[in-house]
Unconditional design. Structure first.
Length: 546
């Protein structure tokens, strides 16, 4: 019969892991029912067993074991040799404590033993030729089968529960360290410290500590890696950034073309910065903030540097992860629920597409003369244009110092959508993109994922590096059209998720305004580029084809 894991291993990784676990349990049962387990003296340590001291060397005595046994297991013991053999049976792996000894058996010939509990058997004999034991489990009692079946059923129930949870986020599970290929690990038995200089971390390859960089630059010279089919992964802890004018920067380049490089601004100092916590940051290869010289050959990156002026951080490793999204996604989102956003929903629907409006619950009761959509307006864009409505806030959540007040606001926003048939409200955008650790921890109680704004890394990896800090590009105005087209091209080329954040769809000069004409030009460009266009909810729930 084909194994479950063989069926699932080429599919979604989480399913492969689950299938492997199920296979392992059935293999355990199959071994006990159908297989034969033979144990000989050569498999065990030979020596004299004594209470209190355990096994010790002896010329005249031989000890074999311990052999692990299960309740209800039937074992055939076949000794060889000319002298009597003994078996001591314990209910614990502690074989030096007399209280765990439950039975002693003298064995002169072939002997059949059925275990009354999970435990261990220790064999011994006075025979200088050694003891050879054959322990078979060809016959298994019904109680053992039932016991194992119950255990498997319990595990399957737990796995089914995990699967039901995975159904929600099957395509958005954050990357894990397990899937990271470490290209350079800078840990060492003694932590390396650097202030105001540069350190070559190429050969610091042990596993317990990290490089501590204060106002300096760490360089990794590595065997060439391919960042066309992979994303960059960094395990770091940011301790401090002096001011909002400073940032921790990552630079990638080829040693042979050192004047050509990409610079990624990993983190700036603001309310969103996570200090004092180890995090794995993933970066799409073309999500650079700026580049120097010509394009970098992403197929052969052999040098990576991490630096920060007036910044303090630790680095644990540099790695790569397989880019599961071989074709980019673009998502058109609209914050605050301005009335003019109905024009954007109509423009998308006319092209067979759907966008996401992150709505503020307070506007639902506004009158028809308001610049915001009210409840009737939201119902109309859902019914006519298949708009996705999700949750937002009127002002920075950090302005609400009381945790209960903030939790109540989030819960009420979500419930407002549910009660009015506008969706489940499972996703939220932080007001102004601000999200302290406190805000994130409260948001996790109500939402499956949350979107922020982080223009200096304008694209997101897929799955996101953090479901509650999903990166998006904002401040889009009419004059941003060429910039947005470039980001679409870079997302297609690097398999990234580009989330665009618009506000008012009307003429204006600031980042709050983008004309309908400019928006439609970008939508048509995205359609023609071949990138997938999906609303925010559908990226998580419709099942993206990798």
């Amino acid at each position: 019969m084909e194994k479950i894991f063989d069926i699932a291993k080429d599919s979604e990784k989480s399913w492969g892991v689950i299938a492997q676990g199920i296979d392992g349990n059935f293999e355990e049962l199959s071994l006990k029912v159908d297989g034969t387990r033979r144990i000989t003296g050569k498999d065990f340590y030979n020596g004299l067993y004594e209470y209190g001291t355990g096994i010790k060397d002896s010329r005249y005595n031989v000890v074999c074991g311990p052999l692990k046994i299960s309740v209800g297991e039937k074992i055939n013991i076949v000794p060889s040799g000319t002298t009597k053999m003994g078996a001591r049976i314990f209910d614990s792996e502690n074989l030096t404590n007399a209280t765990t000894l439950k039975n002693t058996i003298d064995i002169l010939s072939e002997y059949e033993y059925i275990s009354e509990f999970d435990g261990y058997i220790l064999f011994s004999a006075n025979d200088t030729r050694g003891v050879v034991i054959s322990a078979e489990t060809c016959t298994v009692s019904i109680s053992l089968v039932n016991n194992l079946t119950d255990k498997i059923n319990d595990k399957i129930e737990k796995l089914e529960e995990e699967v039901s949870n995975l159904d929600i986020n099957i395509c958005c599970t954050p990357f894990s360290h397990v899937n990271t290929t470490i290209v350079n690990d800078c840990q060492h038995s003694d932590s390396y410290e650097l202030s105001n200089g540069e350190i070559d971390a190429t050969n610091k390859l042990l596993w317990n500590h990290s490089l501590h960089i204060n106002n300096g630059n760490v360089v990794f010279k590595i065997n060439p890696i391919n960042l066309v089919d992979n994303v960059l992964s960094l395990k770091m802890m940011i301790n401090s950034i002096a001011s909002s004018e400073k940032s921790v920067e990552v630079k990638i380049y080829n040693n042979t073309e050192s004047n050509n490089y990409y610079v990624y601004e990993l983190m700036r100092a603001n309310v969103n910065t996570v200090y004092g916590t180890w995090r794995e940051y993933t970066i799409p290869s073309l999500a650079y903030w700026y580049k120097n010289g010509n394009s970098v050959n992403l197929e052969s990156i052999d040098r990576i540097s991490i630096s920060g002026v007036n910044c303090d951080f630790n680095v644990q490793y540099v790695g790569i992860k397989s880019n599961r999204l071989k074709k980019g996604i673009v998502t058109f989102t609209f914050d605050d629920g301005y009335k003019s956003q109905a024009l954007a929903m109509k423009a998308l629907a006319e092209r067979g597409l759907s966008g996401t409006i992150f709505a503020i619950k307070d506007t639902f009761s506004y009158g028809d003369d308001s610049e915001y959509l009210n409840l009737n307006g939201f119902r109309e864009v859902v019914d006519k244009y298949n708009a996705d409505i999700e949750c937002h806030g009127a002002s920075s959540f950090d302005d609400m110092s009381d945790d209960n007040e903030l939790a109540t606001y989030m819960q009420q926003t979500k419930q407002m959508l549910i009660d009015n048939g506008l969706g489940k409200g499972d996703y939220m955008a932080y007001p102004n993109g601000f999200h302290s650790d406190r805000v994130v921890n409260i948001a996790k109680r109500f939402f499956k994922a949350c979107r922020t704004i982080q223009n200096y890394i304008p694209m997101e990896t897929y799955p996101p590096y953090d479901l509650y800090r999903i990166r998006a590009y904002s401040n889009i105005k009419s004059s941003s059209t060429d910039k947005i087209k470039q980001l679409i091209d870079r997302s297609v080329a690097s398999g990234a998720w580009l989330i665009l954040v618009y506000h008012k769809i009307e003429d204006g000069e600031t980042g709050m305004y983008c004309s309908l004409e400019s928006l439609e030009e970008v939508i048509d460009y995205a359609v023609n580029s071949g990138i997938r266009i999906m609303n925010f909810k559908d990226v998580f729930e419709s099942g993206v084809v990798i």
